[in-house]
Every structure is written in C-alpha cells, then in structure tokens.
Design a protein around this ligand. Structure first.
Ligand code: SF4
Length: 62
C-alpha cells in the first residue's frame, strides 16, 4: 500500500496525524505529509482510516 498527501487539497485539519501518527506528520509548509510513501503492513489499517476520514480527500492511498 502506498500513500501520499496532495498539499493543494490539505486544509491542515490534523485529522490524519491524530488518526495515524506513524504515517502522517506535519510538513515544513504546515500541511500534512506522508512520512513514507510505502505504508508498513501494521500501519495499513490506520492509513486507510485516515484516508477515508480526510475531509477534503487530500490523501491518496492505493
Ligand atoms: S486529514 Fe486531510 S486535510 Fe486534514 S491534515 Fe490530513 S491530509 Fe490535511
């Protein structure tokens, strides 16, 4: 599973970071970023949860 955040769509609500802090964090631009593109297997559930919960669909996970 791969994940990334589209910065133009991120409104910096912080939901993904609180949902899945091992995968998402704040970037230098104040938007969320994926710490690693390839999601570790044990983090896949929370990465998917964060993706589904993002209010602007800024997270692309596949
Ligand atoms: S949940 Fe979506 S909008 Fe909110 S910080 Fe994460 S990527 Fe940005």
């Amino acid at each position: 599973m791969k994940t990334k955040v589209e910065p133009d769509l991120c409104i910096a609500c912080g939901l993904c970071i609180s949902t899945c802090p091992d995968v998402y964090d704040w970037g230098d631009d104040g938007k969320a970023v994926a710490l690693q593109e390839e999601v570790p297997q044990e983090q896949e559930e929370c990465a998917q949860e964060a993706t589904d919960a993002c209010p602007t669909e800024a997270i692309i996970t596949e």
